[in-house]
Write a protein that binds this ligand. Structure first.
Ligand code: SAM
Length: 280
């Protein structure tokens, strides 16, 4: 018997009209829809006129349910995986099931559509050539600041999901670690009635949200501009080598040798060597 197929179907993140034609066709034709929360998905499916049977698949039962789902698929069944909003597996359940399907040689077909992170990035006005999606930041202050500290020097746009409970504290920690001047964007309630995209340096964003409680309500994507590389910066280890060489050699020779050892630019090292000599 031919094996079945798992469809990973993206759903709207607010505006119901964002469902794709292909998603509707697949949802109407599969044997069963595995939904993160059946109570949440039922009204939307009813609105779309889809009466395919639903089963719940969330992080608490995913491991337990997996065996029977894989059996069903192996026997030729078709299943659509959906989450409450956006693309399944993106800060949502489904990864263990997709991996189990791949391992069991069951076809997995993505049905693309909305995802809050791409939606926010497309309108934020921050560089899109490279970005890092971090999902939800840690929930507590110390762990969150530690996480941001690890990302401080990353040179690509950083993208986070955040809830209304923590948005203010999260932005305050970002301003503290990334600096108040770092450009950032808060994308709130995307595709919904109160959609707002605020673009300010982090320090100002903290102020704007604290002055207007409405801006703290709803669902958020926070985007932070990547660090700007300082072309003139010298690695601490390079500086250490240069300083050691300067103790034994004339400035120019020390700079040439330090450049050969570290790969740093000779002219820049000569400049630093002169500055070091001046300080002494
Ligand atoms: N799978 C979803 C996706 O593809 O975007 C994300 C699910 S995650 C559990 C939910 C988080 O996504 C929210 O807390 C919020 O950070 C973000 N999010 C979802 N919908 C959003 C929207 N309409 N506007 C802004 N952020 C949204």
């Amino acid at each position: 018997m031919d094996k079945g197929c798992l469809y990973v179907v993206a759903m709207p993140i607010g505006n119901r009209d964002d469902i794709t034609e292909r998603a509707k066709q697949i949802l109407a034709s599969v044997d069963v829809i595995a939904a993160e929360d059946t109570r949440h998905s039922r009204p939307l499916l009813q609105f779309l006129g889809i009466d395919t049977p639903l089963l719940a698949l969330h992080e608490h039962n995913e491991q337990k349910r997996m065996g029977s789902l894989i059996e069903q698929l192996t026997a030729g069944g078709t299943i659509a995986l959906i989450s409450d909003a956006g693309t399944p597996l993106i800060s949502d359940p489904g990864f263990p099931l997709v991996r189990a399907c791949q391992q069991a040689d069951i076809r997995v077909v993505p049905i693309p559509g909305p995802s809050a992170l791409v939606c926010a990035l497309s309108a934020a006005g921050l560089p899109t050539d490279r970005f890092l999606f971090e999902g939800f930041p840690a929930r507590t202050g110390a762990a969150r600041r530690e996480q941001f500290t690890r990302l401080k020097d990353a040179e690509m746009t950083l993208i986070f999901y955040e809830s209304s409970h923590r948005i203010s504290d999260c932005l305050t920690d970002m301003a503290q670690v990334f600096g108040e001047e770092r450009p950032a964007v808060v994308a709130r309630e995307l595709t919904k009635l109160h959609e707002t995209i605020l673009s300010y340096p982090l320090g100002q964003l903290v102020e704007v949200l604290s002055k207007d409680p409405h801006q703290q309500k709803g669902e958020f994507v926070v985007l932070v501009a990547g660090a700007v590389r300082n072309e003139d910066a010298i690695e601490p280890e390079t500086q250490r080598i240069l300083s050691l060489l300067l103790e034994e050699l004339p400035t120019k020779q020390a700079a040439v040798l330090a450049s050969r050892i570290t790969g740093a630019k000779k002219n820049r090292l000569y400049q630093v060597a002169l500055e070091l000599a001046e300080k002494e």
